[in-house]
Ligand binder design. Structure first.
Ligand SMILES: [Zn+2]
Length: 190
């Protein structure tokens, strides 16, 4: 137990040193990309439009147009879904969402729309990292699920994480926390 605590303390200090601030999101970016013109499968377009409609007033996603222009959405095979133990995922290296269960699309779209990259680091909501480390992934999953439930009524999977994050949000306020999420402000959060 004591050993564990020591290790956690070292780990925590190491992580704190490595957390990078990221520049704040600029003025609201209007979505100019026409969803109907995108090459993604037609069946996903109504979900994409619904996501944008529901989030537009409350979120200032920093790279909406760039993300939309290259976004790919494909079906995840049942066997792969079982293998990964996931009903969907977002791969930011190729800006691709793969989903087995359609409802998962909103959670993955939050990941896609909160992705940001700098020369040294990647940022995805509150999650950030580089080739060597990955920070605050659980926190990001919890908050992403909390938002997916709030805006789209989808059941929470990351229950423990969402519970913890909801308490942080209670202290900060919804508006502030959502704004920190879109501007990848993990630094401000801790
Ligand atoms: Zn996720």
């Amino acid at each position: 137990m004591v050993n564990n605590l020591k290790i956690n303390k070292i780990k925590f200090e190491y992580l704190l040193k490595n957390i990078k601030p990221v520049e704040q999101t600029e003025d609201k970016q209007e979505i100019t990309v026409d969803i109907d013109e995108l090459t993604i499968d037609e069946k996903y377009k109504p979900y994409l439009k619904h996501f944008i409609k529901k989030t537009n007033a409350n979120f200032n996603f920093r790279n909406s147009n760039e993300i939309l222009r290259t976004l790919k959405i494909n079906k995840l095979k049942k066997s792969k879904s079982k293998k990964y133990g996931a009903t969907g995922y977002y791969n930011f290296y190729n800006n691709k969402i793969k989903i087995y269960i359609i409802d998962t699309i909103y959670h993955e779209l939050f990941h896609a729309f909160t992705y940001h990259k700098t020369a040294e680091n990647y940022f995805c909501g509150f999650n950030q990292g580089n080739d060597h480390l990955d920070i605050a992934n659980s926190l990001d999953e919890g908050y992403t699920d909390l938002l997916t439930k709030r805006y789209f009524g989808i059941e929470i999977n990351y229950m423990l994480e969402a519970n913890i994050v909801s308490k942080i949000e209670l202290m900060l306020g919804k508006e502030k926390m959502q704004s920190m999420y879109t501007s990848n402000d993990l630094m401000g959060l801790i």
